[in-house]
Write a protein that binds this ligand. Sequence first.
Ligand SMILES: C[S@@+](CC[C@H](N)C(=O)[O-])C[C@H]1O[C@@H](n2cnc3c(N)ncnc32)[C@H](O)[C@@H]1O
Length: 226
Amino acid sequence: MATFVSSDQIKDSKLSEKTRKRYNRIASVYDQMECFVEKKFFSEWRKMLWAQIKAENVLEIGVGTGKNIPYYPALAKLTAVDLSEGMMAKAESRAEQLNRVVDFQLMDVESLKFPDDTFDAAVATFVFCSVPDPIKGLKELSRVVKPGGDIWLLDHVRVNKPVIGTLMDLINPLVVRMMGANINRRTLQNVHQSGLKIHNVTNLKGELVQLIQAGPDKNRSSASKI
Ligand SMILES: C[S@@+](CC[C@H](N)C(=O)[O-])C[C@H]1O[C@@H](n2cnc3c(N)ncnc32)[C@H](O)[C@@H]1O
């Protein structure tokens, strides 16, 4: 059953509010917009990611329309958050159809309302490309995941090649306006800067999509610079 908390808390940040409105606008067509890449690539990557999660108490950030729900481990207890009530309503129906109990909460990853060290693991797929302040969000994940827990990030990132990278920078504003996602995020760099410990990085489509397995480094109090 969904627990929708008030959206007032996410109106604190103007950029988050803009992101929320953008995803609310595209929620009804989101699955159709993504159906080709979902079938051809994403579904396989989701399956591979979730098969590695053995944790009991798991947080999914930016659940969207709930495309990861079919892959949730059978015995795990899932909490799922998102900024957009439009996207989350889709996820809620999907969970109901799949008969899967999920604790849905409307929340901004930049200011999570969970106590420190709540979860055994956290997962975000194609989310940190649209979080307005990714480092703030990653630090929040580090706070709410227990020491020794895993933080899994699957995302498309800026390709580190002069021509393609520059092209991605140039068309990024247009893509953000249409889709809500940045195509030129340096996610691995952001993970470093947020002070997380990186355990593993898998390149999935050349350097365009990465699966990052990281963990909180509770010994580091402030962000590191690279
Ligand atoms: C590109 S969609 C991906 C949805 C889903 N994770 C998937 O794999 O299909 C990005 C999602 O992240 C959510 N999101 C963006 N910024 C967020 C934030 N600051 N806090 C929580 N959710 C956020 C959006 O509302 C949207 O549902």
